[in-house]
Design a protein around this ligand. Sequence first.
Ligand SMILES: Cc1ncc(COP(=O)(O)O)c(C=O)c1O
Length: 378
Amino acid sequence: MKIEKIMHTIDRDPLLLTPGPLTTSLRTKQAMLHDWGSWDAAFNGMTAEVCSQLVAIAHAEDTHVCVPLQGSGTFSVEATLGTLVPPGGKVLVPNNGAYCARILKILSYLGREAVELPFAEDQPADPQVIEAALVADPGITHVAQVHCETGTGILNPLADIARVVAGQGRGLIIDAMSSFAAIDIDARTMPFDALIAASGKCLEGVPGMGFSIIRKSSLKASAGNCHSLAMDLYDQWAYMQKTSQWRFTPPTHVVVALREALAQFHEEGGQAARGGRYAANCAALIDGMRGIGLTPFLLPAVQSNIIVTFHAPAHPEYNFNTFYQGVRDRGFILYPGKLTQVETFRVGCIGALTPMDMRHVVQAVADTLYDMGVLVVA
Ligand SMILES: Cc1ncc(COP(=O)(O)O)c(C=O)c1O
């Protein structure tokens, strides 16, 4: 094994260049070194504090509440759809990638009617096409829109979509899993019924808790909609209001880690600074990868700063598993592509990472491809 490979395997965690779980700071990890009781006022005060900070990040203090839920992000997406969309509701789903497709699958499990509005995977959802679909079908009650489609890294034009959905008097449910806290979402100017995200994404907490920032009036009107006890966000919220406790065993360590991660988010300068660091990470990554002949799948105009899909090298010696392992041995974890037609891999720009880390990952990619015989010079 070469020296640089051994260095990374001695005592360091590999850096996670993925859509999550992400690399977290030592402070965030250290916050988890205690035990907390679920009935204890100290813990329940922290839940309330975390929730009010999350609502404030969306500028939604006057209109919305935050309902946290145990589990990964998908649990909160499913719970939000199951709670807010009544059994007779109908959901328009603009689809330009894997996480949009997951929403369609969830709706089919829930037995809620869905209308798919397909877009190419390298094209953002078009607000005018969405508006036309809403005009054509007055039976559509909600639009479920993925903000950053993490399957490719494409950014959908949320402000314009929110405007047309509100203009047509329908509810908007946003999957902002990979964008919340890094890309501005302002409830005062982008009306939405619900925004869903999770602890372990751009807030740089650890995974284990999703949350939905829900318009109070929509939540109050949703009692009795949900098909499932565990997924019923109305019930979760009503119980928390009454008792200040989570309904079932809370993810205590995740909540305290998120509180610590939020403190660092504010120290860094909030959403603008967090988004700025990710933009610098993304620029360093794309520049470096272009330097070794690797090109992004998306055009710059639609590329988010969250995650980048790269075309795999068109070389007979290239194989993703060998590539992945070589980069991993050098201390970095990449992500496979999610496209069916083109061979790709993905590199995340989010988490407790800096542009210097991105330059190091580019070097690890170059060294690995050189060892594989794909690159002539490392
Ligand atoms: C846009 C989007 N939606 C939903 C999810 C699902 O989250 P989880 O894997 O935590 O269930 C992800 C995960 O990366 C995501 O990026």
